[in-house]
Design a protein. Structure first.
Length: 305
């Protein structure tokens, strides 16, 4: 299954997620990644999955009449690693007026073919957590060929070429990329990129590394002020949910977890739903104190409390 949702999200309203990659196909291995560790980092773009099969699933959802605010490419890694992303965006735009958004880690935007592929999207949400190679290496643990200087340059050129909206997301981790000196360098890089919005986030879901700690709302607010009027805090502190949730899905997850500790992949297989949709429900259950997360032999398991 390549689509999930529509899932209510604070930033994009009802977002129909489109996942065009095998699980965790990424050029980075961010310390805060909620999907776990990237086993083999990739920068080579590939022909993953059949375009018509993906489009067929999207069309079925569109004609079903469900409310959808955005069709969003995100999912199991870095969506621009799929060479078909441009074709998919163009085909979706021929079918519907629902705006198309792409969440990207920005690492391939220095390639003209990738910038061209995203040119028909309505909104691109690229991320940038580091302004120096040292912090890029610590925070995002990139593929060995990636240089932050080129990533920032790629973002700058993309801004000049792209006519849609760009909301630049910065995820802040305590003690890693939040020092005043680094924040100053980030601000300088952002001023060159000139996004429409700067969205500040922090670690609110169980991350890949336990040491990835969140900033407090007050600390984020201070940085928001420093970045100026385009900046906003999008971290969802203590908020259980921002829209209707399916109590059936919550109950079904609880029933599975009650039997034995399970991974997200186990829950996904049992319920026939996409991991990216289920992770939001697991997150709610964690916040409600109904389940807990344990690490066993490097894998994350959900267990009943
Ligand atoms: S870019 Fe996204 S998917 Fe890739 S490692 Fe970072 S958080 Fe995970």
């Amino acid at each position: 299954m390549h689509i999930y949702g529509p899932v209510p999200s604070r930033r994009l309203g009802y977002s129909l997620g489109v996942d065009i990659l095998p699980f965790k196909t990424c050029s980075l291995d961010c310390i805060y990644c909620q999907l776990g560790t990237t086993e083999r980092k990739k920068v080579q773009r590939n022909k993953y999955f059949d375009v018509d099969a993906i489009l067929g699933q999207i069309k079925i959802l569109i004609v079903s009449g469900q409310h959808i605010d955005y069709i969003t490419f995100s999912g199991s890694g870095e969506p621009t690693l799929n060479v078909y992303i441009g074709k998919l965006i163009r085909e979706i735009k021929k079918t519907t007026q629902i705006p198309v958004a792409v969440l990207t880690n920005s690492t391939l935007l220095s390639q003209k073919s990738v910038r061209n592929a995203l040119s028909d999207a309505d909104l691109v949400v690229p991320s940038l957590d580091a302004a120096t190679q040292e912090i890029f290496d610590r925070m995002n643990r990139p593929h060995s060929s990636l240089k932050i200087r080129q990533v920032i340059e790629g973002l700058k050129i993309f801004r000049q070429e792209f006519s849609g909206k760009i909301w630049l997301e910065i995820l802040l981790v305590k003690g890693v990329n939040d020092s005043p000196a680094h924040i100053k360098k980030l601000k300088k890089a952002i001023s060159k990129i000139n996004p429409d919005k700067i969205q500040l986030n922090t670690v609110v879901r169980p991350p890949a590394e336990k040491a990835a700690l969140p900033l407090s709302p007050q600390e984020l607010e201070k940085i928001r002020e420093f970045f100026g009027k385009k900046a906003e805090v999008v971290a969802e502190f203590n908020k259980i949910q921002h829209g209707p949730i399916s109590h059936d899905i919550k109950d079904a997850i609880l029933a599975i977890v009650a039997r034995r500790p399970v991974t997200l992949a186990d829950i996904s297989t049992s319920l026939g739903k996409h991991k990216n949709e289920l992770i939001k429900y697991c997150d709610i259950l964690l916040k409600e104190g109904k389940i807990k997360l344990i690490i066993h032999e490097g894998k994350k398991f959900y267990e009943l409390i």
